[in-house]
Design a protein around this ligand. Structure first.
Ligand code: FES
Length: 155
């Protein structure tokens, strides 16, 4: 069941920005994910009913946006850019280092639940490739050593 806090946050967004509840679907999914960490089938069903949508419609929105998670993720999500500029500037070596350091492959979560590693398309930081994001933080001009230093900032 959606908590009163979640409902309040969604209702406030709807009041300010949307003529209909379904117009708030992306923001509402983000709110729910902030509270629950990821979007289970049950979460999708609960929210769909609240937004007067079918679960399939809302699932279509949730699976379209790669910052919405339909499976559990770690406390921090590392988005490694695998687009062309980052490829040219050393993506492969960096990824190999990251996989060794984290002990996981893209799409996986470390056993301690600290990090999930996911690929993403261009982050718009091509002039500072290779680049990645951890949660909402952009990190540029990466080297394996710089990656190791950055990692220490995330508990
Ligand atoms: S190609 Fe990686 S940031 Fe653009």
């Amino acid at each position: 069941m959606l908590s009163e806090e979640i409902k309040r946050e969604i209702e406030s967004y709807i009041r300010e920005h949307c003529p209909t509840p379904r117009g708030a679907s992306i923001e509402a999914l983000m709110v729910l994910q902030r509270h629950r960490g990821w979007l289970s089938d049950e979460s999708i069903r609960e929210l769909a009913a609240y937004l007067e949508m079918s679960p399939d419609e809302l699932d279509g929105v949730a699976t379209f946006y790669n910052h919405l998670f339909r499976k559990p993720v770690g406390r921090h999500v590392i988005w490694i850019c695998d687009s062309v500029s980052c490829w040219i500037m050393g993506y492969e070596g960096l990824l190999e280092h990251m996989q060794g350091r984290l002990g996981i492959n893209p799409g996986e979560t470390t056993p301690d639940g600290r990090f999930t590693l996911l690929p993403i398309q261009c982050l718009g930081a091509c002039h500072h490739a290779p680049a990645l994001m951890i949660d909402d933080d952009l990190h540029e001009d990466l080297t394996p050593q710089k990656f190791d230093e950055i990692l220490e900032r995330y508990e």
